[in-house]
Design a protein. Structure first.
Lengths: 323, 323
DNA sequence: CTGAAAGCGCTAACAA
DNA sequence: TTGTTAGCGCTTTCAG
């Protein structure tokens, strides 16, 4: 199927019997201009009839700035929730005329900076702070604003704290931490672990006993052996998948939660609900983070001061049988 | 942080002591041109030193076609695997100079056609066929090629067949099908169910007994009751999460897999490995699908005949304890 | 082998 | 109130 030649703004102007300027003014609803309703109608009608869509590249070139925001989705198994986050962000940005697209980072994909430059993104939004080279590259690639700009707190620490606090509140005094082995998430896990350690320190109990495991029974069973030897009674897992692995490792030893050891995850993935036993976990409100991110983008683009600077998560406990 | 003015191709030309034409030729490695190595070096050096990146919009405008491909990710729970698919697709397209970005479809997000036009995508790639209006809109928005073009088979049926066949091979004669309740995936589930039914028909056994369930224990337990009454011995679940729910439902009744009823899922999510019992499931090779999709895009863009037309999945059985 | 010049489709001063 | 005009940064034909 061959595509018919695309109508340009000149075509619309001709069809409506006006100049291109007028077309531009009408279609962009330019303030401060007083175009007679009749003329406007004619322009709209012509544009509609011809199926006119402004050429984005031409517009961007002329305006000097695109209306595209690029979301860099890290190469993490962020599974559940991420799409809700993306949608919320897209909606928030759309209110300000920005279109959001996503780049899924990966080993073989093109570098983020290239993508940014290829699509001419005005704003780039990430989850964690970008390293300095990337940041510089992004600006070179034409981004006007990059978020998070610098070493902004990623908000992962508080999650770990919240997680540990739940266990502490239920009387646990020997806390274990289940670290994932997947190197992609190590940094995030370390941040969360830090939060757990802080909570322990604040409660004046021993720091968490850390063991790492894959999402698989054998290594988890080994880790469980380690915790058992240290008389750990409650385990904070990096996320639900890791928690599920720990549960499997315990099963292997004939141990069960929460009687022998309590386990708490993070994320509230669907599988957590139907695990044996159902997994206590933490969910957090991505919508709020999305709105803050959007606010920062708009602020940066318009030169206004951002309403909020810190991207905080609002953790919510999902109490189930495993604790 | 204010971004320094971006260097243009003229800046590079000036710095290298050549014309913009030469810069363009060198940087685009234009064939049929014989530029002296020394000149080339000077251009590269200047571009590097200035941190020059060609302006995508300007290039697109001049060339008449962007190098952007847009992937429309449907509003499904982004389960596992999708990101691997995206990466494979991105990599395959990158080999041909195309940059892939994704649009997560959603209730509140901007319509796909708008996104397409805003980013000036040359190609739009979907999972299922687009409806006629969308298709038309996409072409109007400037897309040169849209895939899947028309009512192409989505390749989900064969997966269901494969799944059922495994149960049949192991001697099961009363097959059940666990349908998800999440309306977003109903269509996909129906396609898979069709495949299961075909396999049953081919093996000359009764059609599958269908019950639906959420990813949650109560409804799953109800469904299990239904299957038990029908003396079902093997259940094909829509996906792993649904399968996990079925397992939980069985547990509720004191039934265990595979002794009482065998269960098989689809997707091979991490949680399947550590379920009780570990879940037999099916993984399919998204890489291959990605490559075919990419091939079709490139073919369409260059006018060449596509190498392959049907997007087939290569299902692979992951045998674990639940069957 | 390199440069001059003409657009690509749109926006935005500036005139009329 | 509307039209004229000059770019935005890049590619590409055509001369030199």
């Amino acid at each position: 199927m061959t595509r018919p030649k695309r109508p340009t703004s000149s075509d619309v102007a001709r069809a409506a019997g006006v100049s291109r300027t007028t077309v531009s003014f009408v279609l962009n609803n330019r303030p401060g201009q007083t175009i007679p309703p009749e003329t406007r109608r004619r322009v709209f009608e012509a544009a509609e009839r011809l199926g006119y869509r402004p050429h984005a590249s031409a517009r961007t070139l002329a305006r000097g700035r695109s209306n595209i925001a690029l979301l860099a989705i890290p190469d993490l198994p962020m599974e559940t929730g991420i799409s809700r986050f993306v949608e919320a962000l897209a909606a928030a940005l759309a209110e300000h005329g920005l279109t959001l697209v996503a780049h899924l980072a990966g080993r073989n994909g093109r570098p983020l900076t290239d993508v940014c430059s290829d699509i001419g993104a005005s704003a780039v939004i990430g989850f964690e702070a970008f390293d300095d080279d990337t940041l510089k590259g992004l600006y070179q690639a034409g981004a006007d604003i990059v978020i998070p700009a610098s070493k902004e707190r990623s908000g992962m620490g508080p999650i770990g704290q919240f997680q540990a606090q739940h266990l502490i509140d239920r009387g646990h005094r020997r806390i274990g931490y289940a670290m994932p082995r997947n190197s992609k998430v190590i940094r995030m896990a370390e941040e969360r672990l830090r939060g757990v350690a802080e909570a322990c320190a604040a409660a004046d109990i021993a720091p968490p006993i850390v063991h790492s495991t894959d999402v698989e029974t054998a290594t988890a069973a080994q880790a469980v052996t380690g915790w058992a030897e240290e008389a750990v009674t409650g385990i904070c897992a990096f996320n639900d998948e890791t928690a599920l692995a720990v549960l499997a490792g315990m099963r292997e030893h004939g141990l069960s939660a929460p009687t022998d050891i309590a386990v708490i995850g993070i994320d509230d993935i669907p599988a957590a609900r139907v695990a044996a036993p159902p997994l206590t976990t933490i969910r957090f409100d991505l919508d709020e983070v999305a709105h803050r991110r959007a606010d920062m983008v708009i602020a940066g683009l318009t030169g206004r001061e951002p309403t909020s600077t810190i991207a905080a998560f609002s953790p919510q406990l999902i109490q189930r049988a495993s604790t």
